[in-house]
Write a protein that binds this ligand. Sequence first.
Ligand SMILES: [Zn+2]
Length: 389
Amino acid sequence: MNTILKTDITVKAICDGFIYNELEGKGLFGLSGKLTIQPEYQRNYIYASDGGKKEVAVIESILKGYPIGLIYFNKVSEKNLEVLDGQQRITSVGRFVTDKFAIKDENGMEQYFSGMAKDKQDKILKTVLLIYECEGKESEIKEWFRTINIAGVPLNNQELLNAVYSGPFVTLCKEEFSNSQNANIQKWSAYVSGSANRQEFLECALDWVSRGSIGDYMSRHRFDKNITELKKYFNSVIDWVSSVFTDVESEMRGLEWGRLYEEYHKKSYNPTKVSAEVQKLYADPYVKNRKGVFEYILGSSVDTKLLEVRVFDEATKKSVYATQTTAAKTKGKSNCPFCAIGHDANKSKIWGLDEMDADHVAAWSKGGATSVKNCQMLCKTHNKAKGNR
Ligand SMILES: [Zn+2]
């Protein structure tokens, strides 16, 4: 059996002549008709179910430059290929470029392919898919699939990439990052999740140094006799994190330290102050997302969205609304304190509970609690205006 790795097939080529059969729920053809996407015996397209989260994720990965994994074609004849593995991903791409579904852009607006900016369209169309073309008897192909699936545990992406780009570089990489005897593993485990023998440290190191383009990086360095750059970059990131954050918290494991390093390593931090802030936020019952604490501090403690600060519960809102409304009615003023001091028609308007939102009188970031005492109800317009300041 022959297997050839193709690294020159673009999304554009794959989607040439793409046809989706609504009735059967199947992606049918691609590659100008040469490719059969879902042969008769294959299951139907399932990525559109569950609200289409999976098909949207495929497109978002492509836009971010992340790999969408290896795809396998079976070469049936000179003119015919069948997709062995990758139907769902290919159908997602085909459906997107033919405007069958939309994704949300940075502003949360629905965007169809045909309505996207030209550069984004091009980014998608020019993306190269990593495709293995297999040619051989059915029994051989089944054997191949058995080898890439060890005892029912499918090879993960990194294991497959190691196989694809095997050579001196991968050997050196494994000695360093996939060796559970390496004394550094314990230190790395504080910041990187996964295990050495499933290549997750290596994957992380490659992801950081290549800014997410692992396949490209491995292909460029395949025949290198050293891994100096990779090691140096990985250690720079780890050293940076461990010097800025002197505490080791379990929520630090698996964060996007490579991205954070790129964004923040040129800024200076006082580790003692940073540590005090980490402890303060960890002790704060209003902080729901502890994983966000580190990026929040790196970004000068402004982006409270990262912390998912707890909001007022319904009981608090109702009770504050009742008190505020009763007082307002006696005074003949609006129950929105901001409307009440205004001069327009709303100055005596009594808003309904569903027309108002809860606001922290003293901002949470300035020490204000999420309690009845620190809660006031504002009309939606004034609440928004306050939030934008
Ligand atoms: Zn108001």
